[in-house]
Design a protein around this ligand. Structure first.
Ligand SMILES: [Zn+2]
Length: 259
């Protein structure tokens, strides 16, 4: 990269420090982000009492992404510290995701990138949201409730999490310091056409490329009964949705796609 551009990035990341809104941390941070086409966006940190401050890095990315940029070359982060100002875990996760080549270029490429992704990724506990996913006691769960409490005068805020296992619906609870990282499962959903249901309860499924698989069971209970019923109808096309997370897969929904 040309030294002139590096200088310019450093200058911009410093200039924007004055716009920082940091009444809680009193720690202004500025960032300058270089997009692939040479456009530069600056950003400062913006705090609020909700614990969900936006860091300078993500402010710059948010501006660039909402203007349609998808590929990035470099980011400079400045503060009033003498030494280096290193990005927080949330920003690192964010930047790792948006900077993965192709990640944001289209759904198809996204799912390809996702296929090689790890089973879980770390996220700061305070960044979890209701209806999002989180690992609790080693199980992939949907977040049903989360409440934050202070534990005392000098105590760290703790988050009480209640989740439902996305495969078994079993309830799990956990308490985690709000600044600690938790594991979030990568959850994927894909649709298949139902080709056959065998007597022993296994199904044959076909994806839109025509590949078949027969390693999944019909789910138990109401959903299984409904799938058998729909499939038993004449000239009926049944589409099932398969959810996958952390080495587990299950059929979670079905619809009759007959025109
Ligand atoms: Zn950050």
């Amino acid at each position: 990269m040309e030294p002139e551009i590096v200088k310019q990035l450093i200058q911009l990341s410093r200039d924007v420090l004055v716009n920082s809104y940091c009444p809680y941390s009193k720690f202004p941070v500025g960032a300058a982000l270089l997009c692939e086409d040479g456009t530069i966006y600056s950003g400062c940190n913006i705090e609020s009492a909700t614990f969900s401050a936006i860091c300078a890095e993500r402010t710059a990315f948010a501006k660039a992404i909402s203007d349609g940029h998808r590929r990035f070359k470099a980011i400079v982060v400045s503060s009033n510290l003498d030494g280096f100002c290193t990005p927080c875990g949330t920003c690192r996760q964010f930047m790792a995701e948006v900077c993965l080549a192709h990640t944001m270029e289209g759904d198809e490429e996204y799912s390809t990138a996702n296929a090689g992704a790890s089973k879980t990724y770390p996220l700061q506990c305070s960044a979890l949201r209701k209806n999002g996913h989180v690992m609790i006691k080693g199980r992939p769960c949907k977040v049903m409730e989360m409440s934050t409490s202070k534990t005392g005068k000098h105590g760290h805020a703790k988050v009480h999490l209640v989740g439902l296992d996305i495969f078994t619906n079993k309830k799990y609870e956990d308490i985690c310091p709000s600044t600690h990282n938790v594991d979030v499962p990568n959850v994927n959903r894909s649709d298949f056409q139902l080709i056959d249901v065998s007597d022993d309860g296994f199904v044959t499924l076909m994806n839109d490329k025509g590949d078949t698989r027969d390693d999944l069971r019909l789910p138990e209970g109401e959903l299984g009964t409904k799938i058998r019923e729909e499939f038993g109808k004449d000239d009926c096309t049944v589409i099932v949705t398969v959810m996958a997370a952390v080495d587990e897969e299950a059929i979670i929904a079905c619809k009759n796609a007959t025109n």
